[in-house]
Design a protein. Structure first.
Length: 556
């Protein structure tokens, strides 16, 4: 039995070897959204494997895919997508789930996933549900299961939210991340003072306001004094800054500063909420409002006076990365020479220090050389000029990147299959009507229920068809994209050699064609070209073109 989880994948050799060997794929998932689950991953797999054996499939003929910490309402789960990939590749004829709600707790997603599997000519088995896709009653029950799962999910979330609000109104905290200086009392759902950490916090405040230490000096002093750090054996500059800026120490904890929302692709992100929507909870205070304002003012002064802050007159602002650690790169470090001042690109993580508890030894997160701005900028700008003077190679790379004839063929196949399924379902709906007219089905409500179930399936199939057609439109848009890029190249070609171009103009032009520049140790520079159609649509805007054209002719 082959088992994969998270983002694990088979290599090409393994895929080829599995085509004739694997008969079924087991999919297991436990919710990540706090719902109470009936079965663990292990028990799901055990029950699904037992079902496979009942149907004559051995363990060596199974692939088990474990969805690692993904919510069932995410349409872009890695392993559910990999299920479909394996089926398309010719691996497996069946997908085994514990229950339909393991596919998704949302009815429309359950329908999309099942239609994708059936559209490939494959089938599904469920441990806790008997499904016969040729039986209207079975399909009706299948859809009812999806509706129940969606209802249960909404009910659980609503109850959870109501419980949190009730706790907050009674002065309790509904769960919390660690706040230095406090311990979370799980019995009373509140914060209580950690006296040792409170003393350290007050020492931080004294160092900042009385001794006028910088954040870096405070972190080093705390490590030398052998105070345990929140994250283990090191005091970080960022940790000290975050603690000092936290307003909880005034005696007020705010719940609801952010809200988790879903992106269109199913991923989630935290979005800041307006302050008037925050919910206030009283906690033990360490400082007054006045001292907190002094802390913020002092931190702002230190930030303003900090030397070596990045300057804006460099080409690669926002698109340069460090090849050593992947951190952002900016310009700010300078040296004086006989011929003038030299500026350097430097990794931002070189400035982010931590200090080892007990020794005070500095641990810089990234070590290595800086890169001279004048040399790097000259090289990159010449590269951009080369693209503009000889765009053929760039266009070929764009088409090579975006054209995928095999993908188009797969999408065409899916579209053809979906159209056939829609036609079959429409025929099934018509047959129910004919059977009622002929007196074979005598109860009008039975007919209406059956027709309604079929209409719902047709609606879901059409949604899937729309998704496939959008994919085909994107796959067949390479020529239009290439034409758009060529128009952009011609638009900039006549202005790039102008003596009146500012560094801001050059930066904008560079950003059109280059997505990222990676500066490595030594002299190696990696350039990732920009193939985004949206980028070219935006940068070929007439208004922007007029601005740079005006500057190129010396206008204001």
């Amino acid at each position: 039995m082959y088992t994969l989880k998270g983002s694990e994948k088979f290599n090409k050799e393994q895929l080829e070897a599995l085509i004739t060997k694997i008969k079924a794929i087991v999919y297991a998932r436990v919710s990540s959204d706090g719902q109470v689950e009936k079965y663990s991953i292990d028990s799901q797999i055990e029950l699904c494997v037992a079902l496979a054996k009942q149907n004559g499939i051995g363990e060596d003929e199974l692939v088990v895919l474990i969805e690692d910490g993904e919510s069932g309402d995410n349409p872009n789960r890695p392993m559910i997508n990999y299920v479909c990939f394996l089926l398309e590749y010719g691996i497996g004829d069946y997908v085994i789930f514990l229950h339909p709600d393991r596919m998704s707790r949302l009815l429309h997603l359950q329908g999309q996933i099942s239609n994708r599997i059936w559209g490939l000519g494959k089938d599904m088995w469920f441990v806790e549900f008997d499904l016969d896709k040729s039986n209207p009653e079975s399909m009706l029950n299948f859809n009812i299961q999806g509706s129940i799962a969606e209802y249960n999910k909404a009910k659980i979330l609503a109850n959870t939210k109501r419980g949190r609000i009730t706790k907050i109104k009674s002065g309790k905290i509904p769960g919390i991340n660690r706040i230095y200086g406090y311990t979370f009392d799980t019995e009373n759902d509140t914060l209580v003072v950690n006296e040792k950490e409170k003393a350290v916090y007050l020492k931080m405040v004294e160092m900042l306001l009385v001794k006028e230490y910088s954040v870096s000096q405070i972190a080093r002093e705390l490590s030398l004094l052998n105070f345990p750090a929140p994250l283990g054996g090191k005091w970080y500059q960022a940790t000290v800054s975050r603690i000092l800026r936290n307003e909880t120490y005034k005696g007020t904890y705010y719940h609801g500063k952010t809200q988790v929302v879903k992106n269109p692709d199913g991923t989630k992100k935290q979005v800041p909420q307006p302050r008037e929507e925050w919910r206030q909870i009283d906690v033990p205070s360490f400082i007054t409002e006045g001292i907190y304002k002094q802390i913020l003012s002092k931190l702002e002064d230190l930030n303003t006076k900090k030397t070596g802050r990045p300057s804006g007159d460099y080409l690669l602002r926002g698109i340069a990365r460090c090849g050593r650690c992947g951190g952002a790169v900016s310009s700010g470090v300078t040296t004086r020479t006989k011929t003038g001042i030299l500026k350097y690109y430097t990794c931002q993580r070189k400035a982010k220090k931590s200090f080892e508890v007990g020794t005070g030894i500095s641990n810089i997160l990234c070590r290595g050389r800086n890169w001279r701005v004048d040399i790097v900028d000259e090289f990159i700008w010449k590269y951009v000029l080369g693209i503009l003077s000889n765009p053929k190679m760039f266009i070929e790379k764009v088409i090579e990147k975006q054209a995928d004839t095999q993908n188009s063929e797969v999408l065409y196949g899916k579209k053809k299959s979906l159209l056939k399924m829609i036609k079959d379902k429409e025929g099934e709906r018509d047959r129910y009507t004919e059977m009622y007219a002929a007196g074979i089905i005598k109860n009008l409500k039975d007919v209406e229920d059956k027709v309604h179930a079929v209409d719902k399936q047709i609606e879901e199939l059409k949604e899937e068809l729309l998704f496939i057609e959008k994919g085909l439109t994107a796959a067949l848009g390479e020529k239009d994209n290439a034409d758009l890029i060529m128009q952009t190249l011609r638009a900039y070609e006549h202005i790039v050699n102008s003596k009146h171009l500012t560094i801001e103009d050059k930066r904008k032009i560079t950003g059109v064609f280059i997505e990222r520049v990676t500066l490595n140790e030594g002299t190696k520079i990696e350039i990732k070209l920009n193939f985004s159609k949206k980028k070219y649509e935006k940068m070929s805007d007439n208004k922007h073109e007029k601005v740079i054209a005006c500057q190129s002719h010396g206008g204001s």
